[in-house]
Design a protein around this ligand. Sequence first.
Ligand code: PEP
Length: 253
Amino acid sequence: MRKKIVAGNWKMNKTFDEAQALVSEVVNMVQDEVNNQAEVVLCPPFPFLSSVGKALGGNSKIHLGAQNCHQKESGAYTGEVSAAMLKSVGVEYVILGHSERRQYFNEDNQLLEAKVKAALQAGLIPIFCIGESLEQREQDLTFEVIETQLKEGLFHVTNEEFARVVIAYEPIWAIGTGKTATSQQAQEVHAFIREQIARHYDAAAAANTTILYGGSANPGNARELFSQPDIDGGLIGGASLKSRDFTDIVKSF
Ligand code: PEP
């Protein structure tokens, strides 16, 4: 059985005190209210990883994730953070290939291939993001774009490594726009991703991979999205900054 996951991507938001307040609210709410088996992942900005990790206090339902890592193990890369550094402060997951990083930091599939390798080597679980722009969807290129992103950025890993990877389908036109993909649109792409996994690896790998949806998910639409057969949870941006909304999404299975 594949895992259900709801991951919160805090992006470049919150000060230290605000981050502490948010994590303690989420810990309390999840502790008191969440009975399902969904795994929760919090992805705060780098400077808050240690303190957020401490606040989780070994809580078995909530895990720590980062929003990026560098592809090299160590060295003269001023301002960068390696996968091993993340691992050493208790990080378990790392978001890679988010569309904002592809767009604003020129991350392409070749670079992401190296980042995925670095993350896996350090023992982190990559949450590998893929998704099409509105223009690409309108030109009927969605499946082609998804296939290329998977092939070039992810499918170089071995079967064994692939078993540790989580995929997030995030249509760019739905991220932070308030425009959610319909559950039908999301399901269609998730099913396609699973087909690609089966083709490249095997049916067992396809069946066991957790595939998250991301893009303006909120407490009002999460239940419908998560009820789709190939949607195993969500990568949540805006709504993860509010403890009530985020917890309600975690409860939406
Ligand atoms: C995201 O950035 O991963 C995301 C899904 O953002 P939002 O939920 O705000 O659309």
